[in-house]
Structures are given as C-alpha cells and as structure tokens.
Write a protein that binds this ligand. Structure first.
Ligand SMILES: *Cc1c(COP(=O)(O)O)cnc(C)c1O
Length: 264
C-alpha cells in the first residue's frame, strides 16, 4: 500500500498532488486568491484552505447546500477560507460556462480550480504520485475514483505491462470512462463500478465493520468515502475468485481521513 494518508498531517493524500501545479500557476499569474468548490466535508477544500494559508494566498470555498458548520468547515475558516453556500441546484451547473463566468465576475481576480482539483494541472501533479516508489515490482495498481483526476495521473505514470483498477466511489460514474479515454491514450485500465454502496458518501454497516476490522488487523485507517470502498471491493473480488494469483498489487491509499468526522 502506498500510504498517501501519511504525506502530511493536514494536506493528506492525493489532494496535494492535484493542488501543487495549480498553486504554482496561480502564483505565476500573480493571483492572490484561490477559489474552488466542494461539499461540506470536502477533502479538497480542506486541503486548499490549509495550502492557501501556507502559500500566503486567500481562499474562497463555494459549498454545496444550505449553510452549515462542521469540523471540516471550522478548520477551513480557521485557516482563513471565505465560505459561500449555494443551493444544490445552482451547484449542479458548476461546470457550465455561464456559471463559471458568473463566479469569475463575482470574485474578480480569483484563480478558479474545479471541484476536486480536477483539471489538467491536477492530473499533471498526480502523474508524480508513483515517483516515490519502484513501480516495476507491481502487476496491478488500484485506486479509488471520484473525478478520476488521480486515476488518470496514475494511468499515465504506469507501465503498459501493468493493469489498473479504479474503484468508483460514485453511482453512475460510467461517463468517466470517456473522460479518462480523452486524457490518456493508455488502455491498460478498467473501472470497477460495483462498490459505491449506493452513491457518493453512502455507507452501510458492512462497509463500516469492514473498515473497523481492517484497522484492527492491519493498523491502517481507511476513510469511508473512498478507500474503505476500494479496499472492501478488492477483498470482495479476491473472495469471489477474481484471479490475482501470484500478482503483486499496489494499493494507493489516497488519504481523506478527515472526512470520517462526518460519521456520527
Ligand atoms: C478526492 C479524493 C479521491 C478522488 O480523487 P479524484 O482525483 O477526484 O478521482 C480519492 N480519495 C480521497 C481520499 C479523496 O479525497
């Protein structure tokens, strides 16, 4: 397991890789403010708030849904992030051009980062995730998938002889196949669609008790939104007889443990 959860005490996991070239670009463009989007427990906004503070940049978070306060958003505020709540229906338009330009007009001069840090600079950063280890030792690489920016970076960095399995953390994520195909010419990958547990951030007792067992037996904490589902799925596939016989699997732990604070 590649433990990106141990990368940094706050900016855990894949989010740093997605932010680094965006922050570099914001500074190059002489921008003073980073703006991005997310849910109320967003790992991405949490990481961006902290990173912004470290780099002396203001941060603005556009949050999906009615105004709330929780541990994640309290951290974000403490690190200086301005929080703006918008309705779920407005939020749905966030990839549309006029929404984008409205945001740009409302927050002039801000450097806009898409939800989850999913842009070409985000993917560029994620190509570096595997640089810290000797990947040639592994036959299979697995990772959790949200926007697929991280997964696309891993695919790009992989050897053609390897195969990659991306476990969808969302329901109806089939469209991501296209998006990934548009960003990479490599075809040594697949999406596993069976372990989203009903949709993004949905959970059940089987998942939570699997995570509990995993923590006890492996001493490795997992988050329930991404890595818990991936690990559950991988174990399930092995149990159901998918042949990984004598294959060496590299599991990428993308972090995100702060999100477990939404579990009550
Ligand atoms: C955001 C996130 C992901 C998904 O990454 P994408 O690049 O959006 O696919 C996976 N794991 C964790 C812990 C995350 O926070």
């Amino acid at each position: 397991m590649l433990r990106l959860d141990l990368l940094h005490p706050v900016i855990s996991g894949n989010k740093w890789y997605k932010l680094k070239y965006n922050i570099e670009e914001a500074i190059r463009e002489n921008k003073k403010t980073l703006l991005s989007f997310g849910g109320a427990y967003s790992n991405h906004l949490h990481a961006m708030a902290y990173a912004g503070k470290q780099f002396g940049l203001k941060t603005i978070g556009i949050i999906r849904g009615e105004a709330v306060i929780n541990e994640t958003l309290t951290d974000c505020k403490e690190w200086g992030m301005d929080l703006h709540f918008i309705s779920r229906s407005q939020y749905k338009n966030k990839t549309e051009e006029n929404f984008w330009s409205e945001i740009q007009t409302s927050f002039p001069g801000a450097y806009l980062i898409p939800e989850g840090g999913n842009n070409d600079l985000g993917i560029k950063g994620c190509k570096e995730i595997l640089q810290t280890i000797d990947i040639a030792k592994y036959d299979i690489i697995t990772c959790a998938v949200g926007t697929a920016a991280t997964y696309t970076g891993l695919i790009e960095a992989s050897l053609s002889s390897q195969s990659l399995l991306g476990f969808l953390a969302i329901k109806s994520g089939e469209y991501l196949r296209h998006e990934i195909e548009n960003k990479t010419s490599k075809r040594n990958w697949d999406l596993i669609t069976d372990f989203h547990f009903g949709g993004f951030a949905k959970k059940n007792l089987a998942l939570l008790s699997f995570m509990e067992d995993f923590k006890t037996t492996q001493s490795i904490p997992l988050d329930f939104i991404y890595n818990g589902k991936m690990m559950y799925g991988l174990f399930e596939m092995i149990a159901q007889g998918s042949t990984f016989d004598s294959k060496k699997i590299l599991v990428v732990h993308t972090g995100g443990l702060q999100g477990n604070r939404s579990l009550i």
